[in-house]
Design a binder for this molecule. Sequence first.
Ligand code: BGC
Length: 928
Amino acid sequence: MKTAPEVVKTLIEICKTALPFSILLFSLAAYAAAPALKVTNLRCEYKTNPLGIDAAQPRLLWQIVSPQRGVRQSAYEIRAAGSEASLKAGRELIWSSGAVASDLSVHVPYAGPALKSGQRLWWQVRVWDQEGSASDWSEPAWWEMGLLDASDWKASWIAPDLSEDPEKSNPAPMLRREFNIEGPVTSARAYVTALGLYEMEINGRRVGDQVFTPGWTAYDDRLQYQTYDVTGLLRAGDNAVGVVLGDGWFRGHMGWGDNRNIYGEKLALLMQLHIVLEDGREMDLVTDGEWSSATGPILMSDIYNGESYDARLERAGWSRPGYQCEGLSGVRVIDHSKEILLAPAGPPILRIEEIKPVEILNTPDGDLVFDMGQNMVGWIRLNVRGPAGRTVVLRHAEVLDREGNFYTDNLRAADQTVRYTLRGGGEEVYEPHFTFQGFRYVKVEGWPGQPGRDNLTGVVIHSDVTPAGTFECSNRLINQLQHNIQWGQKGNFLDVPTDCPQRDERLGWTGDAQAFARTACFNADCAGFYTKWLKDLAADQKADGAVPHVIPNVLSHNTPGAAGSSGWADAAVIVPWTVYLCYGDTRILEQQYDSMADWVGCIAGRAGESHLWNSGHHFGDWLAFNTTRSDYPGATTDKDLIATAFFGYSTSLLAESARILGKNGDAVKYSELFEKIKTAFKHEFVTPGGRLASNTQTAYTLALAFNLLPADQRESAALRLAEDVRKFGHITTGFLGTPLISHVLSEFGYFDEAYQLLMRTDYPSWLYPVTMGATTIWERWDGIKPDSTFQDPGMNSFNHYAYGAIGDWLYRRVSGLDIAPDGAGYKRILIHPHPGGELEYARASHASLYGRVASGWMLQNGRMKLEVEIPSNTSAIIHLPGAQIETVTESGQSLEKAGGIIGSVQEQGSVRVEAGSGKYRFEYPVPD
Ligand code: BGC
């Protein structure tokens, strides 16, 4: 009989040959663990110990940590139980995968018995490496299911019975209910959502730390609810729950003009408290006709316009038992769907950080203005002392004008004003509830006495995407650009990827989202965030497949047909594809496939037999460079060319998605369609000599990036692009060309031109706003002109991330941290740095699902040093630019001797190394 290690070894051998196509189950005997191999960072549906999961088969992932190089997982075993104790004891398991011969360590679907609403599963994993050495069982993790079925909701939708004027912002309604609990509580969950926004308290304490709940979705079809563990807030005996509702996206102002009540006129609440008592009894407290309502201190609260709060109207004790007040109103039970309820796939919006003012200014106009030092999104928390009835007014602006005065014209109709009326009698701390502002400067009026820096705190809020990317180099301005890109993302990630956070838009513009998605996925773990938004996109898609300009679609309520622009609507295909690439997530392709195909079908219908998309409304290469010069008005690219190019691109991505999903018939169909589009593009937009109908950077960029030119015309087109860059010496692209131009230049070897664009500091360039003091990315290349006057206030946001798409090039090309063509999700990594632009060093890191990936190079004294980190269970192709193989060392040794390196080969101008996981330090001389 074989010993346990022998059994495992034999099986590992079998697995090795069988991988990756088959999954082999084998039973495990006790086996000595290799202590160095550890399993950590267990997550379920991208989240750590999540409450409220509604995926029927949640996907699990873990990371493998080892001090050794070349570590690969050859098998894993997952077990799950109903409690931590039984999990650890390995008893009463609900599911055991058995040892599975597989290198899969991300997106492993739960495959145990069907999960029930509210069920919590504890789980852990152990793995075997390529040698058959085992890890210990990981630390336990858990996930808990939400309410899976509409019938799980025993609560009724309730609306406050208050008279309101639907034409204007009304005071925020408050709701309350007292209840008794007949004994000590073992556990309690609150499931909560609203039409509008809600904040909830139990017994005087805030439930959870999320803000802007329940978030923003395509409300007609999809409404998120939150799940809270409220065990610690309840007690035996009398309890009370109090909730405040806000207009939010549901019925507040949305879109320009005086549009409100987009989703309805009445706010409502749906809440269910499920309580388990120590003696085993269970009880539910739900929203029903027994609740009371009233208005309180929030007189007005609106996403764009701010909040007016009168602290004298506070209802102390509202969420505590025993609150007494004459004349409270009741509630009405209303009819609203529960079929649309869902658990959030993305992260909650939280208060993420706080910043203090850097300076207090007295402007030439005589205003008192606080400078937060950073264009930020969120609000000011103030602490103030003063007489009752005094109103402090805070106005918010992104910039000061040329004279140094407070400037708000670019906010258009968004008021961004917070008014706080003091209750008097001591220190008062206040922050607004259902509004956020985009601002760097705060104008303070009505303050009792003189405010100091301690009186105002900037509270930064955004979707709690885990930061995942760093980039740094030897150029200070580029580092500030990177900072601005990251702050642009922070300010525009509020449950929805938005265009801007300050003027009367703040909408999920699809074009901006697709332009920035790849950069966003470097900077942070955005998988859940986009998974959620893409479902909104599919929900709001028109019957003919057209994708609205903004998602959630609040525009076509007023502008019928606001859908289907090239480069915008293509977000339906580009964003899921990006999530697939960055996270190896095939489920998102499955989830979105119909939406993607419907969109391509919609364009195909519009293009017809010509395969040219030359009809309908398009935004084109939005905000591209233009001038008042009469001999060169600017870089306007023909919209038919752009539209047909995106038709081709979306079709090719769809074909590739179909191939990945095993939809072979579709893969062939869409590949053929792509070839037809390519042919049509050539006939219509390319001269026999290879010139494009629009002689612009964007035209060449799109044609090359989307592979629309015949092979024998690609080089010459790239040369034309490079020559255009040289001729102008600057970028001329708008929203559509900008994310791609530097990549295309690099792909064809024009690194000098790509660096020329990057290093430029005059308008137009990425660094020009940096030299003008920008702390976020601007909407326009010249939001502030060289003479310090402003661009057109009708379209001049200072926090618009689209041009921040250069971040992707900084990561992938400058520091060289990339995904190999066959390595979706960083399963296979490409390290390909490109020193240039007189940079002395550049380094980037990314927290991939497998663990940290890093690439950092430094040129010093004629030597190149490259430090690389490849996480366990992945492999990498590493290019050493300018290296001669015999002069390369890794951690002081020749390449043949270095552990973890699978092979190396001299190529023209560089050495290519194939490596397993580990940290590597390459060094070699480089020619001057
Ligand atoms: C938004 C953009 C958007 C555009 C459509 C603007 O108002 O702010 O970012 O993509 O409209 O062209």
